[in-house]
Write a protein that binds this ligand. Structure first.
Ligand code: FES
Ligand SMILES: [Fe+2]
Length: 377
């Protein structure tokens, strides 16, 4: 079996690189995370797991609430419960009833009204800050006081002229970091995606020269400095081997690709923008929000974009092109890894997390009483 060398080709000690990033198996705390589409959360419990924490969301009287999904009595998920009185949730087992806004135990429906357990300060359920923006429910998972939710949402999604079309995908395998890295991964697009129907009419280059660029608004972007459309590999021959006549250079290609904390990838196309929001569920699973943005106030442009989304973007970009990325993420097995030149797009992102992250990563999950390797990805 081959084992990855401790040092990279550039003599970098990879075992010691980016320890905070490596430890962020369950995600990065102290950020707002997309948790559900607004239309999915109604007046009954909605269960979601974020960063390894089970959370129940529920609306009551038009207000959205988030609580830890665990009854303080015997640990039954509150998401199995019901809302017997406005503004409350009752656990299914013994009827412990909590106020949604505070998590306070306000009654036990299997005990006397003067039940002595009510009012005990340690018998309550943790609440989570919850907000709604751009048709998405955002939950703050952290230990520090939350910043305004706008701090963690790309501002163009909140603009008055934003037409936002969002969908959610769940039960996706693979750690959130693999998905975020796939989003910013420079080299794969011209090889993996050349078979995608979305890119049928696009010619793909042999290789590109790319520079990483940080901007003041928190984005790390890949800026293309040179495109080599074909080239010769000494032991293989010309690549790409033969360009089909219907493929055009640059047709429908991304103009700019960027990533920002805590794991949002932005792809700028001509006339619209795609956001892929990667949300850690636990070590091996993630949620993904796929968001298409059209910035226009024109009603006809909005209608046209909705049609373009329904006929093309939904099926061929998110359903085909992007699904190829998910397929890879679910099959990836690292470490070890042997990074090559274009993977610099990945290492600069890892470094950004290492240097700029707001919160500290959650502790490593223990496996069988021990501590799993910080290499676990
Ligand atoms: S476990 Fe919830 S009421 Fe008993
Ligand atoms: Fe991709």
């Amino acid at each position: 079996m081959q084992v990855e060398a401790r040092r990279s080709a550039s003599n970098r000690d990879m075992a010691a690189a980016f320890p905070r990033y490596r430890q962020a198996v369950l995600g990065i705390r102290n950020y707002w995370y997309a948790a559900a589409l607004s239309r999915e959360v109604r007046d009954r419990p909605y269960k979601v797991r974020l960063l390894g924490e089970d959370i129940v969301l529920q609306r009551s009287g038009g207000t959205l609430h988030g609580l830890r999904d665990r009854c303080a009595h015997r640990g039954i998920p509150l998401s199995l419960g019901s809302s017997e009185y406005p503004g409350t949730i009752s656990c299914r087992y013994h009827g412990f009833t909590y106020e949604l806004s505070s998590g306070e135990l306000v009654g036990v429906l299997s005990d006397r009204p003067d039940s002595r357990i009510c009012g005990k300060p340690n018998v309550r359920v943790k609440t989570y800050p919850v907000e709604e923006r751009a048709g998405i429910v955002w939950v703050y998972v952290g230990d520090e006081p939350p910043p305004p939710v706008e701090a963690d949402i790309p501002p163009e999604l909140l603009a008055d002229d934003a037409l936002v079309i969002a969908r959610r995908r769940s039960q996706l395998g693979g750690n959130w970091r693999l998905a975020a890295e796939a989003g910013i991964d420079e080299g794969h697009a011209r090889f993996l995606h050349r078979t995608s129907l979305w890119a049928t009419f696009r010619a793909f280059p042999a290789w590109t020269q790319v520079r990483a660029q940080r901007s003041d608004d928190g984005w790390l972007s890949r800026v293309v400095e040179h495109i080599q459309w074909d080239d010769d590999h000494p032991r293989l021959g010309k690549w790409p081997k033969k360009a089909a006549w219907y493929r055009r250079r640059g047709f429908g290609a991304a103009r700019l690709v960027g990533i920002r904390l805590p794991g949002i990838v932005r792809v700028n196309f001509a006339g619209w923008t795609s956001y892929e929001i990667y949300v850690p569920v636990d070590e091996d699973q993630r949620l993904e929000f796929l968001v298409a943005l059209k910035s226009t106030r024109s009603r006809s442009s909005r209608l046209l974009f909705r049609m373009r989304y329904a006929l093309l973007i939904h099926w061929f970009f998110y359903g085909g092109f992007h699904a190829q990325d998910n397929e890879m993420v679910q099959m990836m097995s690292i470490p070890p890894e042997a990074l090559y030149g274009p993977d610099r797009s990945i290492t600069v992102w890892r470094k950004m997390v290492q240097d700029d992250v707001r919160g500290v990563p959650v502790p490593m999950p223990s496996a069988g009483g021990g501590t799993s390797s910080p290499e676990t990805t």
